[in-house]
Design a protein around this ligand. Sequence first.
Ligand code: C2E
Ligand code: MG
Ligand code: MG
Ligand code: MG
Length: 274
Amino acid sequence: KAKEHGRDRFCYFSDDLEHEFHQRQNIDKILRNALENDTLEVHFQPKLSLKNKLIIGAEALVRLRDEEGSLISPLHFIPLAEETGLINKLGHSVLKQSCRAAKRWLDKGHPIKVAVNVAAKQFTDPKFIESVAQILEDTELPSGYLELEVTESALMSDFDETSRILNGLSNLGLSIAIDDFGTGYSSLSYLKLFPVDVLKIDQSFVKDMVDDKQSLDIVKAITHLAHSLNLRIVGEGIETQAQLDTLISLECEEGQGFLFSKALPENEFENLIF
Ligand code: C2E
Ligand code: MG
Ligand code: MG
Ligand code: MG
């Protein structure tokens, strides 16, 4: 380590950088262990129909615990997993657990669509479509109960390639949602060229729209756009009744947020629906 050579002679890292370096190594180790021992958890956040307030879907959100059992934020380990390549294994585990859960809900008489986040790196993996097809086959989940959430930036690297992948996925019968819509790429033409089914309004707009006219105008524009293109619209990060009322007045079909529920471990989610 640089420090052992004496602070004055060699100082490759500032303390902050060194701290960050060790933290990353530590998280990497925890993630590797979790994948090896199959202890990576998936929690499910209810998605409600804003018309009748019934739970019609669930977003699968990955959860990783440190040695003490506290949760590490996905914002810390997802980008790291993308860099190290672990994201494919992580994504596979999350997708499999999610499809297995949705199949069990369906078998118990609860037709709930599960939405799984897909990182850019995963999406462009040549084996991705095949592995999704395999998981659907193995878990026996009808593909209509699976939704994949991708961000705009994941779609914008190579047009032909993206189009091929999205069509391949869409041909499996699952639906495609654009996550964090409004924060990424500015051209909207891809919406009519790609087989997209759902737009998820980014939570930053939902958070601000009640007090900030510009945010409200953006949400209005997004909902109009979605409706005129025949896309479903999901509001995320709904925390207050005022936000909910606004989304309902704009005829937003679905929503999720702490006002209803945070993401729950599978058994707690099942207590809600069964
Ligand atoms: P996202 O896909 O946009 O997920 C929504 C995030 O907002 C989740 O955070 C969720 O817990 C949080 N959230 C939900 N309702 C509310 C609310 O009312 N207020 C606030 N303040 N937050 C709310 P989480 O679970 O920490 O995940 C963060 C991000 O990490 C996700 O954003 C997604 O980009 C990524 N992520 C999570 N799980 C996975 C996964 O399995 N695979 C991949 N590739 N990415 C994942
Ligand atoms: Mg998401
Ligand atoms: Mg989002
Ligand atoms: Mg987000």
